[in-house]
Design a protein around this ligand. Sequence first.
Ligand code: NAD
Ligand code: WQD
Length: 338
Amino acid sequence: MNILVTGGLGYIGSHTCVKLIESGYTPIIIDNLYNSKKSVLKRIEKITGHLPQFYYGDIRDKAYVDSIFKKHSISAVIHFAGLKAVGESVTKPLEYYEVNIYGSICLAQVMRDNKVNNIIFSSSATVYGEDNTPPFIESMPTGKTTNPYGTSKLMVEQIYTDFYQANPQLSICLLRYFNPVGAHPSGLMGEDPQGIPNNLMPYITQVAIGKRECLSIYGNDYPTRDGTGVRDYLHIEDLAQGHVDALKKMNDSGVHIYNLGTGIGNSVLEVIDSFSRACGAPINYKIVARRAGDIAECFADVKKAKLELNWHAKHTLDQMTSDSWHWQVKNPNGYPDE
Ligand code: NAD
Ligand code: WQD
């Protein structure tokens, strides 16, 4: 069964392609390499023994995407392609809306024209906004987002819901990821941020390997156990498996919304502590002011995914930090250029 994977060479897409192949699906990848490298393909092949079909192109190029649908019989789309840097989205809102919203509309139009009815969309816990109280549950009203990135996810959720209303044969899965971290246990695939990492785990790994001097902890005066921010960190392997499990809903038309998280919140200091054990050395850090837009706590209610998809996260925080470290040590400069 062919699955079109947009953004399939990125962090989450690449791990999902491996799980798809291991589960008997055939991923067909489209990626414009904006935030990934072609050498990821060889790593997927090394792990699975299968080199996926790759199309170098942009999801906004409807004629090109249409030609892929014409060449292959596509059963479902998993749509990862997009821009994801929260801070950058504040300074480049138009670019974020164009890629994330217009790109998602283009893809849906081509799907409609080719009578492909199934799509899984990468949404985010950020759609719960700042006014809801965790654990966040799918039935909560979505909240007020704090940046254009979050707004783009919220708007695509709405657009795809309207797309379903007009086309009730569709099956649309909106997966709300919490904080994906970790790497493939082989050390062959992982997160490869370009420039200064925005997120906690890649920043810690770069401090641990000596690329950066010191981690700045954004605030220790939150109303949490130790004053630092609490998040629901989730192993990338579990997240990837969640997409394979969500494909089960393909035969049920509707809009299906699932949180993908562990349901457990960990503080920044707890992540640092776990990472220090993984790498065998202390992590140099300092406390600085809170980061604009951050909330104190964010973690999922995970009952729905368990009940309906029989999916739950299996990896512990220590496995996440040790796999992140393993990837960093084996690939100090990330993926090779070719
Ligand atoms: P990523 O940047 O590693 O992967 C995205 C991929 O999409 C990249 O390979 C990039 O080159 C490609 N891409 C970007 N714009 C494109 C375009 N116009 N046409 C074709 N390809 C394009 O990001 P990721 O962490 O793998 O995230 C995947 C998806 O999940 C994104 O939509 C992101 O917003 C969402 N998400 C990520 C997180 C997270 O913490 N990583 C959390 C919640 C949601
Ligand atoms: C985690 C915790 C920070 C960096 C973001 C997006 C979300 C989703 C996942 C999208 C917080 C603290 C961080 C640092 C720190 N993304 N921190 N020092 O903000 O929960 O979620 O990524 O694609 O939409 O908003 O993740 O990893 O940035 O932060 O102290 O250098 O670590 O304050 O408490 P966040 P994060």
